[in-house]
Ligand binder design. Structure first.
Ligand SMILES: CC(C)(COP(=O)(O)OP(=O)(O)OC[C@H]1O[C@@H](n2cnc3c(N)ncnc32)[C@H](O)[C@@H]1OP(=O)(O)O)[C@@H](O)C(=O)NCCC(=O)NCCS
Length: 142
């Protein structure tokens, strides 16, 4: 297993089967161009088997921290340490970039994700509820 940071649209699109929905080329290009956006892809036999994305966020009283946006491992490759290795690799990058920490929001019943983050050293930071505003179909179509 080999973990590499994606630097091209082609790499981001080739991992499309791992995302929730098919990627768009223009959004992939914007992701790469956006400051502090990181995508690491795990390859098994040269084929994308998992990914983790992280985004740096900045606030006047907090400096820079990284949010683990998404983590996913293709079902046939789960329980082999890939999710943990991706999380640890993102932690290394966050430290290299001078972030003061890394956090992730996890649904309370996602045992696989909770176990993965804990095995990578995360501690519980309390429960919270997430509220959202939906802007409707096509709203992010730019
Ligand atoms: C969560 C996910 C990425 C884990 O990936 P993975 O490659 O299977 O995880 P790993 O093999 O690295 O496992 C890491 C640790 O978690 C544990 N773990 C993994 N899946 C588990 C499960 N279903 N139940 C209990 N423990 C589990 C492993 O035993 C391992 O523990 P250890 O380090 O003490 O041995 C994967 O299950 C997945 O893609 N799920 C769907 C997407 C998702 O929920 N993403 C997270 C969103 S917040």
């Amino acid at each position: 297993m080999d973990i590499r940071r994606a630097t091209t649209v082609t790499e981001l699109l080739a991992a499309g089967h791992l995302y929730d929905t098919p990627p768009r080329e223009d959004w992939a290009a914007r992701f790469l161009a956006a400051h502090g956006h990181v995508m690491l892809i795990a390859y098994v036999g040269g084929v994308p088997a998992g990914f983790v994305s992280g985004i740096e966020i900045l606030h006047p009283d907090k400096g820079t921290e990284m949010c683990l946006y998404e983590l996913g491992v293709d079902a046939p490759h789960r329980r082999r340490g890939i999710g943990r290795a991706l999380t640890l690799a993102l932690l290394d990058i966050a430290r290299e970039r001078g972030c003061c920490g890394l956090w992730v929001g996890v649904e309370g019943d996602n045992e696989a994700a909770l176990a993965t983050y804990r095995s990578a050293g995360a501690g519980d930071d309390g429960g919270f509820r997430m509220l959202a505003w939906e802007f409707g179909e096509g709203a992010s179509d730019r």
